[in-house]
Design a binder for this molecule. Structure first.
Ligand code: THU
Length: 138
């Protein structure tokens, strides 16, 4: 799948964001190693802390469906009342969840303003020296 297609899917997912408190909608499209795509949006809560980010929604949907190998994720975010999107870097918790399942050197994170305007980072660039599953193997 082309980058632009994955970004469009993240935009579709963002339309389903449930954000009555921040009004900041985020969408994510996660591609598995075998080409499946899982979408996620942020889902807020009146008690605030149960809020989940779009990236983790997508990752947890995929893992709960039996997928654990991922190639890349496209992320879009911005205030719902505005049309313009800006680069929306994943929060630290989402980066840590990515590190549980994704190879830091090869997993790509696409931060997009539009299907044509985006930046690509590896997970390692976003979370250097991560603490991962292999660190528990003494
Ligand atoms: N949010 C995400 O969905 N992903 C991120 O990586 C950054 C933050 C959401 C959480 C909350 O619903 C809103 O954006 C404002 O923080």
């Amino acid at each position: 799948m082309q980058d632009s297609e994955l970004i469009k899917k993240a935009c579709e997912a963002r339309q389903r964001a449930y954000v009555p408190y921040s009004h900041f909608g985020v969408g994510a499209a996660l591609e598995t190693a075998d080409g499946h795509v899982f979408l996620g949006c942020n889902i807020e809560n009146a008690s605030y802390t149960p809020t989940i980010c779009a990236e983790r929604t997508a990752i947890f949907k995929a893992v709960s469906e039996g997928y654990r190998q991922f190639r890349r994720i496209a992320i879009v975010g911005g205030a719902m009342e505005k049309d313009a999107l800006d680069y929306c870097p994943p929060c630290g918790v989402c980066r840590q969840v990515m590190a549980e399942f994704c190879d830091p050197k090869t997993f790509q994170v696409l931060l997009a303003r539009s299907p044509q305007d985006y930046r690509v980072y590896t997970l390692e660039e976003l979370l250097p020296l991560n603490f991962g599953p292999e660190d528990l193997e003494a």
